[in-house]
Design a protein around this ligand. Structure first.
Ligand SMILES: C[S@@+](CC[C@H](N)C(=O)[O-])C[C@H]1O[C@@H](n2cnc3c(N)ncnc32)[C@H](O)[C@@H]1O
Length: 372
């Protein structure tokens, strides 16, 4: 992954949303024929080739290592569970997309009555072994299969826990799997952890990196490759943004209540108004998300914003066709439309409509992006 700064999982400044409880470092520590595309992230079976791993990325330990070493992510879940054992003790828990089983282990440790850990990739075999190695075989049942296809041994569960968030929050579309599980098995008034997820937008100055990643294609060793520029600018870039690049306010776009929402609510159009806090140029809009566990004794959660400690989700950078020249107090006004791609629902289509009616800049345009 290209990275303009090297601060992954290091503090990149003050926390943006300071309502969240600080992380407790003392706890031991996230085709003319239409062929239906298999968007499965689940096991592809047999002797795997590297191509199989590409389509079955969660079978390889590497991705789990990255998630587990994301201390913002994993320690938040651990703290939520360890500091709120009253929520979990003696309850039946469903871990949706269990991976190595880490969240199930946390729940078992604080006295869950039983944990059903569902994992479709071959990491499920490891999770079974891990559960055994740690003496939790009587509490945790690992079920290998797709949430949408398995038979759960119990009719209902008290709690659903899952780490389903993708880049730009919605990439990978695993949220649908959580909602499916919630609708099928969660007891009335049961808990979903986390229960809130919010998407934010801000704007940055990013001339150098836009030159390097986008304008580069205009002249490559003297040759015009601008047809690739058209593709490059349509792909949001997942990267770490330095908070010093932020030119405008950060605006909340959308909050989703995972305990109540319908799957269609993950497609939306929302307005935004980003007001410049200084005279500067704007080259990109930047999206990021936070998640909250509002049923904890104290509100807990984490942000993936550029002013918070780095996570493996970084931020999502949407480059603008033309740089905008904004004077302090002027605004970029517009709307963002977000929806799963129709052919491949794990991809996300994003449409930005925006305009500036300023002293030095007058723009009104629409750009399309696809997270793939
Ligand atoms: C983001 S990882 C989280 C893993 C683990 N819970 C953790 O926190 O480290 C999501 C996991 O869900 C699994 N998964 C995705 N969709 C699934 C589905 N429909 N059924 C079962 N597992 C699924 C993936 O294989 C992956 O291991």
């Amino acid at each position: 992954m290209d990275c303009r700064s090297n601060n992954e999982n290091e503090s990149s400044g003050s926390k943006m949303k300071c309502e969240y409880e600080e992380q407790d470092e003392t706890i031991t520590e996230s085709s003319n024929v239409e062929v239906e595309e298999d968007t499965s992230m689940c096991e592809v079976g047999g002797d795997k080739t590297s191509a199989d791993y590409y389509f079955d990325s969660y079978s390889h330990f590497g991705i789990h290592e990255e998630m587990l070493k994301d201390v913002v992510r994993t320690k938040t879940y651990q703290n939520v569970i360890y500091k709120n054992s009253f929520l979990i003790k003696d309850k039946v828990v469903l871990d949706v997309g269990a991976g190595t089983g880490i969240l199930s282990l946390f729940c078992a440790k604080v006295g869950a009555k039983h944990v059903y850990a569902i994992e479709c990739s071959s990491m499920a075999d490891m999770a079974k072994e891990i559960v055994k190695l740690n003496g939790f075989s009587d509490v945790i049942t690992v079920i290998k299969g797709k949430v949408e296809e398995i038979d759960l041994p119990v009719p209902q569960v008290d709690i659903i826990i899952s780490e389903w968030m993708g880049y730009f929050l919605l990439y990978e579309n695993m949220l649908n799997t959580v909602l499916y599980a919630r609708n099928k098995w969660l007891v009335k008034d049961g808990l979903v952890l986390p229960d809130k997820a919010s998407l934010y937008l801000t704007a940055i100055e990013d001339a150098d990196y836009k030159d390097e990643k986008i304008e580069f294609w205009n002249s490559v060793y003297g040759f015009d490759m601008s047809c690739i520029r058209k593709q490059a600018i349509m792909e949001p870039l997942v990267d770490t943004v330095d908070q010093k690049q932020i030119v405008t306010n950060c605006q909340l776009l959308k909050t989703m209540d995972i305990s109540k929402m319908a799957s269609g609510d993950a497609s939306f159009t929302v307005p935004f108004k980003l007001v410049a806090e200084r005279d500067d140029y704007i080259h990109a809009l930047v999206a990021y998300f936070d998640v909250s566990f509002t049923k904890c004794h104290k509100l807990m959660g984490f942000s993936t914003g550029p002013r918070s400690r780095g996570t493996h989700w970084k931020q999502t950078v949407l480059y603008l066709e033309e740089g905008l020249t904004l004077c302090q107090g002027e605004a970029v006004v517009g709307s963002m439309t977000v929806a799963p791609n129709k052919k491949n629902p794990r991809d996300v289509d994003i449409m930005l409509k925006y305009s500036v009616n300023g002293r030095r800049c007058f723009v009104s345009t629409t750009q399309q992006y696809r997270m793939r």
